[in-house]
Design a protein around this ligand. Sequence first.
Ligand SMILES: Cc1cc2nc3c(=O)[nH]c(=O)nc-3n(C[C@H](O)[C@H](O)[C@H](O)COP(=O)(O)OP(=O)(O)OC[C@H]3O[C@@H](n4cnc5c(N)ncnc54)[C@H](O)[C@@H]3O)c2cc1C
Length: 478
Amino acid sequence: MNTETPAALVWFRRDLRAFDHAALSRALQTYTRVYCAFVFDADILEALEDRADRRVEFIWLSVKELDSALRQMGGGLIVRHGRACEELPRLARDLGVHAVFTNRDYEPQAIRRDASVAETLALSDIEFHLFKDQVIFERDEILSGSNRPYSVYTAYKNAWLKRLTDADLQMHPIAELAGNLALPPENTIPNLNALGFIGSDLARLDIKAGMSGAREAWGQFATRLVDYEETRNFPALDNTSRLGVHLRFGTLSIRTLARHVYYAAGKGTQVWLSELIWREFFQMILFHYPRVTQNAFRTEFDAIVWDDREDHFQAWCAGRTGYPIVDAAMRQLNQTGFMHNRLRMIAASFLVKDLHIHWLKGERYFARKLLDYDLASNNGNWQWAASTGCDAQPYFRIFNPITQSQRFDPEGVFIKRFIPELAGLETNVIHAPWQLLPIEQQACGVLLGRDYPMPIVDHEAARAKALALFKAVRADAA
Ligand SMILES: Cc1cc2nc3c(=O)[nH]c(=O)nc-3n(C[C@H](O)[C@H](O)[C@H](O)COP(=O)(O)OP(=O)(O)OC[C@H]3O[C@@H](n4cnc5c(N)ncnc54)[C@H](O)[C@@H]3O)c2cc1C
């Protein structure tokens, strides 16, 4: 193609922004002609079950906005649809670039894909450069005194904070280098139908994609950050940032967030920074222990013989277990693609320790439904809740869904939002409605077993069985 000056190609993936972008910045510093591309990867899209998947629409909208932003700076986005491992090298060859620049992804499948792309590019003498972008510290940057990856979060967090310097929080410049952006030879973005999808309910849910959506969500949350510590555990208050999806797709930069909270004072701020560090902890764990995608981190727990009752699993998925807090949580997930963190812990614990279903089944269900689904965080947290992970909840600590409900949704406000059939119940019975006599149920306008299910298991009995299941394999392992 055009061979006047050496050119490079920047491959966008989970970093859909035109500012503070490590790979783009480095390419613009090194080359005077820099193309930008995004590939709707058929290997990923074809595996999705839901043709109205919210994540696909979120990405599609974000890609469109990224293209506009790049065009305003004199460039633009080349957008392809196909297997990324084939499309990307083909595009690089067609453009005649010397090098491809991209930001690192730590998921096992992505690592394999990138290795294959690097190999194919090398056949055409095209360099492949990877950069750290989606985390502050990656891979081996935070290791214990014995040069091993940490498996205890607090120790990791302390080392993370100790290592942090201003330099780690610096932005990667883009705007001042934008003169090196090249106009793309083609500039069409396939519509959702061409990708095999249809529009989702993002607009109805008022979820805004792209850099502008991230900016708005962050702007709103920044003013509430000071209350984070006190409010974060109460789903009815809905006071967490909702930035998970933006962090997942890189429509904002982790450095912007970390910079803000690191230099700000206040407990809420520091607690929120700890959450961002949890995210990095699980990315690091996934990188070092890719086996966790299929196995327990603590391998002895792979031997647990789960009940795996399909009817119980279906009841959990549908929000029909008879435990209001669990059901409200699952209905929030099904209806909105989001579930509050406290509820994720309760729902996950219930699946594993009350229904005795393999944590991987729950993890896969969340993976299908969560808008902010992220393999490292989802897997790490599921293994935490199931007590199979590193630094996990001890197996004998079993959430009681009734007391959790009383503590974190005391008035039942959240429950009633997602289970309208329980709207007539008083606060004292909303957490365990089966305690009502039939005549009392009638007075509240709900008949258990007809309008809302009776509990599918008895928590105390289920708890005892969970303890026995865990103890059995611990004894075997000893
Ligand atoms: C069973 C289970 C599954 C989960 N699956 C996911 C997932 O697929 N993707 C995901 O991003 N988070 C997951 N989490 C972690 C957490 O629930 C979500 O990050 C959080 O609820 C997202 O809401 P928010 O953006 O308002 O978070 P905030 O409370 O505002 O936190 C800010 C950000 O910090 C990060 N963060 C917060 N808590 C955690 C945590 N425990 N572990 C890792 N990162 C964290 C997220 O990036 C989050 O967006 C899961 C938790 C559990 C218990």
